[in-house]
Design a protein around this ligand. Structure first.
Ligand code: ZN
Ligand code: ZN
Length: 388
């Protein structure tokens, strides 16, 4: 007897065909308005696909489909077969498991009304307060997700969590506090890697302190935001060290010949960090907030433990009154950010006197020494800067 097999339609084949059609469209002549509409539509489609991915993944996870391929968990299967990172794979599994218990959220994501990041906030909150407590409150967050971006939804979710499970909120905060850590690792290529995490209070304090030091961005400032934050962190440390006065902190050990500019002299060393270029040694010793130890050819100490800056306080006050901040053309960094720069380095015969000194902020001091810019007084008594 002939039995007709049911027709198996393959919706995923249609999906790929639609994507191929999109890919074939030339977009060069599209208007910005049309592009914006397309981007919204594509994002919505991607979110809807995430919902479908989660729905099938939950079913796959429940029946331990990974085992058939020799994987040890759904997350490790995702890592190896779908190319997720470890953290992303675990997150997909968690989202899929919770979405199965959150019909309103799954539905809103499946229709593309809320985004995947919204769903992530809701599932993370569920993980924290428990499925039962969330059952009566899910609609509040789904409602909010229609109106708020994920960051604001997170704040709303935190309030809800605090209401539903106050002891859990305290517990989570204590766990987050216990996870605080800071790693500062010198790498072989002479840079330091910083890594770590802070609790909410610590993170907020550090961010506020860095923002206060960053100030508004100058027009000639070509640093990336990440570079500016790194500079602000170092500035925070430097200003703290200077406030601490003459106590021992970071020491530069440098041969007198290096400062004098005779070629082939021993390289300068910064304790804890190792060898630094001659230009850096010159800059640090130009107006040392760090301690500078000068040694002779045999490593014998010539001058040590300079407890105060190279530029004495009285002269520094006079420079502050004259320069009012960084003198590099166009810079407006205040006095507290500056070093005294010797136009002719003291180790090369320059005097530590006002006419041989200008205040430069850390960034411009570096540009002059390590970046090779040359400074000279102009005819109007203005400082002029010449690129290398
Ligand atoms: Zn200098
Ligand atoms: Zn400057």
């Amino acid at each position: 007897m002939f039995v007709a097999l049911p027709t198996i339609s393959n919706p995923l084949a249609g999906l790929h065909a639609a994507i191929d059609e999109c890919r074939a469209e030339p977009v060069a002549h599209f208007t910005d308005g049309a592009l914006a509409e397309d981007l919204l539509e594509l994002r919505r489609a991607a979110d809807r696909l995430e919902a479908e991915f989660a729905r099938r993944l939950e079913r796959f996870d429940r029946s331990r489909g990974f085992a058939a391929e020799g994987a040890i968990s759904t997350a490790s299967w995702l890592r190896h077969r779908c190319g997720f990172s470890g953290a992303a794979a675990s997150e997909r599994v968690a989202v899929a498991r919770h979405l199965a218990q959150l019909p309103l959220t799954a539905d809103a994501l499946g229709r593309g009304e809320i985004g995947y990041d919204h769903a992530r906030v809701i599932t993370r909150t569920t993980k924290s307060v428990g499925d039962d407590a969330m059952r009566g409150a899910e609609h509040i967050l789904v409602d909010a997700a229609h109106r708020l971006d994920p960051a604001r939804l997170q704040v709303a979710a935190d309030h809800l969590r605090h209401y539903l499970a106050p002891e859990r909120t305290l517990h989570d905060a204590n766990v987050a506090h216990d996870r605080r850590a800071l790693f500062i690792s010198p790498l072989l290529d002479g840079v330091f890697r910083i890594d770590g995490q802070l609790d909410r209070e610590g993170g907020a304090c550090l961010q506020a302190a860095l923002e206060a030091l960053l100030g508004p961005r100058a027009t000639d400032d070509t640093r990336t935001p990440a570079q500016r934050r790194a500079d602000a962190l170092v500035e925070l440390a430097r200003q703290r060290m200077e406030a601490a006065g003459g106590r021992p902190h970071v020491t530069l050990i440098v041969a007198a010949e290096t400062l004098a500019g005779s070629g082939g002299a021993t390289a300068a060393e910064l304790d804890r960090a190792g060898v630094v270029p001659d230009q850096t040694a010159l800059r640090i010793s130009c107006d040392a907030a760090l301690s500078v130890v000068t040694v002779d050819g045999q490593g014998r100490t010539l001058e040590a433990g300079r407890a105060s800056r190279t530029v004495p306080p009285s002269l520094r006050r006079a420079l502050a009154a004259r320069d009012r901040g960084c003198r590099f053309p166009g810079c407006d960094r205040p006095v507290g950010w500056t070093d005294g720069h010797h136009l002719q380095h003291w180790a090369r015969g320059g005097a530590t006197r006002a006419n041989n000194l200008v205040l430069l902020c850390r960034r411009h001091h570096r540009i002059v020494h390590e970046g090779g810019w040359r400074l000279a007084w102009g005819e109007q008594g203005e400082l002029e800067a010449f690129p290398p």
